[in-house]
Design a protein around this ligand. Structure first.
Ligand code: ADP
Length: 189
């Protein structure tokens, strides 16, 4: 089983690189952000709750997102592994993931930290907002998301270092170049 956590600030390229990882390694993909956006689009009760947090640039409560993650994980049959994109985002979520995988006789194989400087993140997200109309990609909300990333999510870097799973990836450069660095790290597992 190849269980990859793809990690990084908003705009670091997790979604783009996840697609390439899925294509090369044939594993399942869970993007919590995409799951939530689909719920919002479908107008479900969960979508309504999610929208309140996302529009404010805040994280959803851990219990809620952990439940969503667990049911998505259970929906994969005959899986070769999973790429976790946008989860975990807090220490509580990382602990829950560790436990969830242990209950299935598995573990995280590697955590890939896509490292991108802050000014570049802002440029990319503003551009994405203009191109896609994604509601949380506006300057005010992006700033809030970056604050949340630094306070609640970046402590996971040390958490995964302690767990012996951490791999730094330079997130600046061409998409191909970044993917080559990822593939080199994954192939060494
Ligand atoms: P990005 O990483 O570009 O900020 P995502 O698409 O991964 O965007 O997530 C969008 C939003 O969805 C987040 O800002 C947050 O409000 C919510 N969200 C996604 N994943 C999680 C999570 N694991 N825990 C809590 N909230 C989440």
């Amino acid at each position: 089983m190849l269980n990859i956590v793809i990690f990084g600030a908003p705009g670091s390229g997790k979604g783009t690189q996840s697609e390439r990882i899925v294509a090369k390694y044939g594993i399942n993909h869970i993007s919590t952000g995409e799951v939530l956006r689909a719920e919002i689009k479908a107008g479900t009760e969960l979508g309504l709750i999610a929208k309140g947090y996302i529009d404010q640039g805040q994280l959803l409560p851990d219990e809620l997102i952990i439940d969503i993650l667990a049911s998505t994980l259970d929906s994969f049959k005959e899986s070769k592994g999973v790429i976790f994109d946008g989860f975990p985002r807090t220490i509580a979520q990382a602990e829950a993931l560790k436990q969830m995988l242990a209950e299935r006789g598995q573990e995280v194989s590697i955590m890939l930290d896509l490292d991108v400087p802050e000014d570049e993140l802002m440029t990319r997200l503003i551009k994405r907002g203009q191109e896609t109309g994604r509601a949380d990609d506006n300057e005010e909300t992006i700033k809030k998301r970056l604050v949340v990333y630094h306070s609640q999510t970046s402590p996971l870097i040390d958490w995964y270092k302690n767990d012996g799973k951490y791999q730094h990836i330079n997130g600046l450069g061409t998409m191909e170049g970044i993917f080559a660095e990822i593939a080199e790290a994954v192939d060494k597992i």
